[in-house]
Design a protein around this ligand. Structure first.
Ligand code: AHR
Length: 518
C-alpha cells in the first residue's frame, strides 16, 4: 500500500513539473547580433474620407463646441501625439481615385458625392490645407495618395505643384493665397490605390504604364523634403502586380523611379463579404481571426522574395499601407461607414502584425493601419464630444519605444495554442534596442485561457533593472465603451530579475512590453 502511495505521489510530482514546464517558456534575447532599424513608419496610420473617420473624427469645424484648433479636435490630436504617429496616409483608399483636390481648397468648397462610402455628400471642407494642418499638429509626416484612376496625370502633377512649389510658381502662389506661403513637406506620394480593383480595375501592364507617367510627372518641388513614390502593389497573396511593377523598376530609365511598393492585406477570417463579428465572438472566432492574421508573415515573405529578385539591394520598401481587422459593421450603423468595435483580440492581432513587420525591418519600412479613427481597426472612437482609446491604441502606445529601435533577435520555443483543428504559436516575442539605449522586449500570450510564465534571458548585456507594462482584459472580446472607456488599459507588469533573467507572468490573451536598463 505504501509503495502504491509513493508511486502515486511521484506521478503527481512528475505531472505538476510537466505542467510547470508547459506553462513556463524561456525567451533568449541575443544582444550580440543586432539587426535592421525598425522604421518608426511601421506605426503609420491611414485616414480616409469614409464614414466619420475625417468628419467628426478629426474635423469638427472652427465653430464647434468641441475644443478644436482651426477646426481640428484637440482631444484627438493629443491622443495621436502621445503615440507619436509617424505618418498619415490620406485621402484614401478607394476615395483617392475619385478625389479632385481643387474642390477642397480655397474659401469656397465644392461638395461632391462619396460614391464609395455610403453615397453621402462630401463637403470637401477638410482638404489639402486642413490635412497638412492636422499632420503638423500631430507631428506626423504626410503620405498623399493621388488620383490615378479617374483623372489625367496633369491633375495629380498640379496637386503636387500646389503642395510643394514655391510662390514664384502660379499654383504655389495659390497655396500662399490660401494661407500657407511655405511649401508643404510631402514625404510620400501614393501613385494610385488598389488599381487592380476600386482604383480602376487595371491589368498589371496597364497600371505600370500609368505608374511610370505619375512617377515621372508627380514632382516634388520642395528641396527641404525628399519625397518617396509608392506604387500600387499586391492585393494579398496575388503576385501579378509585384512581378510587373518590380520588373519595370529593374528596367527603369533615368526619367522615373519608385521608392515603395504597397501591399494591402486585411484580416477578415473568411474573406468578403465580411462575416466575422467585432464583439460577442467565441474562442472559435478568436482562433480563426488570429490564424488569418498570422498569414501576414507568408505574404511578406512571398512578396519580399519577388522584390529581392528585381531589387536585391532592397532599395524599394514594401509598404503595408492598409492592414488590420475588417469585421461586420456595428449593428445600427451605416454599413458603408465601416464602423466596428475594437477588443482585446484586436490588441493581440495588432501586436502580432507589428512583430511580423519588425522581423522584416530590412524590407518593410512603412505600414499604415486601417484606419486611424472610427473606421475598421481604429485607434480612436468618437461620439460627438466623447472620445475613447481602443485596445489597439494601447498597443501602439506601448510599442512607442520600438520606433526607430534596432531589431535584436530572440529565440524561444513558443509552445502551441490549439482550438479545434487550429494550432498557433502560443507566445510571440520581439526585442529591440531603443534610441534611448534601453532594451525592449514585447511578449504576447496568444492563448486566451491560460497564463504563461516567461523567463527572458539576455546574451551579451548585463541587466541593471527591468520594468514592464501589460495589456490584458477580463474577456477576449472586452472593449472600451463611451460609458466605460478604461475596461482595457495598460497597467504596470509584475516583473522581477532572477539570476539575470526577467521573469514575468503573461495573462491570457495579453500583450506585455518590458523595458530593460543596461
Ligand atoms: O480601408 C477601406 C478600403 O479598403 C479602402 O478604401 C480600400 O483601399 C480598401 O479596399
Amino acid at each position: 500500500m505504501k509503495a502504491i502511495f509513493l508511486t502515486a505521489a511521484m506521478a503527481l510530482t512528475a505531472a505538476s513539473s510537466l505542467a510547470q514546464a508547459e506553462d513556463r517558456i524561456t525567451v533568449s534575447v541575443d544582444a550580440t547580433a543586432p539587426g535592421a532599424k525598425i522604421d518608426r513608419r511601421i506605426f503609420g496610420q491611414f485616414a480616409e474620407h469614409l464614414g466619420s473617420g475625417i468628419y467628426e473624427g478629426i474635423w469638427v469645424g472652427k465653430d464647434s463646441a468641441i475644443p478644436n484648433t482651426r477646426g481640428i479636435r484637440n482631444d484627438v490630436v493629443a491622443a495621436l501625439k502621445a503615440i507619436k504617429v509617424p505618418v498619415v496616409r490620406w485621402p484614401g483608399g478607394c476615395f483617392a481615385d475619385e478625389y479632385h483636390w481643387r474642390r477642397g481648397i480655397g474659401p469656397e468648397r465644392k461638395p461632391s458625392m462619396n460614391a464609395n462610402w455610403g453615397g453621402v455628400i462630401e463637403p470637401n471642407t477638410f482638404g489639402t490645407d486642413e490635412f497638412f494642418d492636422f499632420a503638423s499638429q500631430v507631428g506626423a509626416e504626410a503620405y498623399v495618395s493621388v488620383n490615378v484612376g479617374s483623372a489625367p496625370v496633369s491633375e495629380a502633377a498640379e496637386w503636387l505643384e500646389y503642395m510643394t512649389a514655391s510662390t514664384g510658381d502660379a499654383i504655389g502662389a495659390e497655396r500662399a493665397k490660401n494661407g500657407h506661403t511655405d511649401p508643404y513637406k510631402v514625404a510620400f506620394v501614393g501613385l494610385g490605390n488598389e488599381s487592380w480593383d476600386c482604383g480602376g480595375g487595371m491589368t498589371p501592364d496597364f497600371y505600370v504604364s500609368q505608374m511610370k507617367m505619375h512617377a515621372r510627372f508627380d514632382r516634388n518641388y520642395n528641396p527641404a523634403q525628399p519625397m518617396q513614390r509608392v506604387a500600387v502593389g499586391p492585393n494579398g497573396g496575388d503576385t501579378a502586380y509585384t512581378e510587373a511593377v518590380m520588373k519595370a523598376y529593374q528596367g527603369r530609365s533615368w526619367a522615373w523611379g519608385i521608392e515603395g511598393l504597397s501591399l494591402h492585406a486585411y484580416t477578415t477570417g473568411g474573406g468578403f463579404p465580411i462575416s466575422q463579428k467585432a464583439t460577442g465572438f467565441g474562442e472559435k472566432e478568436y482562433s480563426v481571426i488570429l490564424k488569418d492574421t498570422l498569414g501576414m508573415e507568408n505574404l511578406i515573405a512571398t512578396h519580399s522574395a519577388i522584390m529581392d529578385k528585381y531589387d536585391p539591394e532592397k532599395k524599394v520598401s514594401l509598404v503595408v499601407d492598409e492592414w488590420g481587422a475588417w469585421y461586420a459593421p456595428t449593428p445600427g450603423t451605416d454599413p458603408g461607414f465601416l464602423m466596428q468595435q475594437n477588443t482585446q483580440r484586436d490588441a493581440v492581432l495588432a501586436a502580432l502584425n507589428i512583430n511580423i513587420f519588425a522581423r522584416h525591418a530590412d524590407r518593410v519600412r512603412m505600414a499604415n493601419i486601417a484606419q486611424m479613427i472610427n473606421v475598421l481597426q481604429a485607434m480612436i472612437l468618437t461620439d460627438k464630444e466623447k472620445m475613447l482609446l481602443t485596445p489597439t491604441y494601447h498597443v501602439f502606445e506601448m510599442y512607442v519605444p520600438f520606433q526607430d529601435a534596432t531589431f535584436i533577435p530572440v529565440k524561444l520555443d513558443a509552445g502551441v495554442y490549439s482550438y479545434g483543428d487550429i494550432s498557433l504559436p502560443r507566445v510571440d516575442a520581439i526585442a529591440a534596442k531603443g534610441t534611448d539605449g534601453k532594451l525592449y522586449v514585447s511578449l504576447t500570450n496568444v492563448d486566451p485561457n491560460k497564463p504563461v510564465e516567461i523567463d527572458t534571458a539576455f546574451l551579451g548585456v548585463k541587466v541593471k533593472s527591468v520594468t514592464g507594462e501589460t495589456l490584458s482584459a477580463p474577456k477576449m472580446d472586452s472593449a472600451n465603451t463611451f460609458d466605460a472607456p478604461n475596461i482595457v488599459a495598460p497597467k504596470a507588469a509584475t516583473v522581477r530579475l532572477k539570476d539575470g533573467k526577467a521573469v514575468v507572468q503573461l495573462a491570457p490573451a495579453s500583450v506585455t512590453v518590458l523595458a530593460i536598463t543596461l
